[in-house]
Design a protein around this ligand. Sequence first.
Ligand SMILES: CC(C)(COP(=O)(O)OP(=O)(O)OC[C@H]1O[C@@H](n2cnc3c(N)ncnc32)[C@H](O)[C@@H]1OP(=O)(O)O)[C@@H](O)C(=O)NCCC(=O)NCCS
Length: 220
Amino acid sequence: MKATPSNERRQGRQRRERRERVATQISNQKKARLSSIEIFRLDGEGLGQHLDAIAEILHACVHDGANVGFVLPFDLNQARAFWAEKIAPGLVANSRIVLVAKVNNQVAGTVQLNLDTPPNQPHRADVSKLLVHPKYRKLGIGRALMEQIESYAENDGRRLLTLDTATDIAENLYLSLGYERAGHIPGYARDPNEDRFVGTTIMYKVLPGSLRLVRPSAYV
Ligand SMILES: CC(C)(COP(=O)(O)OP(=O)(O)OC[C@H]1O[C@@H](n2cnc3c(N)ncnc32)[C@H](O)[C@@H]1OP(=O)(O)O)[C@@H](O)C(=O)NCCC(=O)NCCS
C-alpha cells in the first residue's frame, strides 16, 4: 500500500484498535479469574487453621528470591515460627490485620497491616508482607489484597499508609495504586540468596476521604 498521509492515519487507527482489543481481552480474562478470589481476615484461631498454608506461601516466596526479611537456608519450620511467634500475638491483641486470599479454595496470598503505631501516629499504619505464591502470580491477587487492606485501614481511621519494598514488581504495583516514593535506602538488607546487600524503597500513600483524625490544614 502507498504511504500517503491518509493510509498512515488508517494504519495507525487499525493498530490502536488492535491494541485496545487485546487489552480488553486480557482484562476480561483477568476479571474471570478474579471472580474466584476470596479475601478474608484471619483471627488468632484462623491463623492456627491456615498456618501450614501461609507458612508454605512465605517459604515459597523466599525460595523464589523475594527479599522479605529472610535468607536461605530457610525451612518450613522457620516459616511456621514466623507466623506463630511474630504475627499471632498482634492478631490476638488486635494490633495487626492479616488478610488471606484464596483461589479455588486454595490459599494463594496474604498481606498485613500493622496498627501498632506510637501514640503520636494514630492516623498511620504499616503495610507489610504482601506475598503471593509463585503458582498464583499475575492473576490480580496482589492488587486485590492491597485494595482490601486499604479498606481495612480506612475503616480503622488510618489515613497514612507506609511500606518499604525491595522489588521492582511490587514497587510498580504500589505506584499504580497511588503510593509515592519517599526515597531509596541503598544496602538496606541482605539478598536472600547471595552475599550482597540490596536497597529498599520507602513508600507512602495518603488515603482520600478519611480525614477523621487529621485535618488537611494540620497535615504538613
Ligand atoms: C509483588 C507480588 C505480591 C505481586 O503479586 P501478583 O498477584 O502477581 O500481582 P498482580 O497480579 O495483582 O499484579 C499487579 C501489578 O503488579 C505488576 N506485576 C505483577 N507481576 C509482574 C511481573 N512479573 N512483571 C512486571 N510487573 C508485574 C503489574 O504492574 C501488575 O499490574 P496489572 O494488574 O496492571 O497487570 C508478587 O510478585 C510477590 O509475592 N512477590 C514476592 C514477594 C514480594 O516481593 N512482595 C512485596 C513485598 S514489599
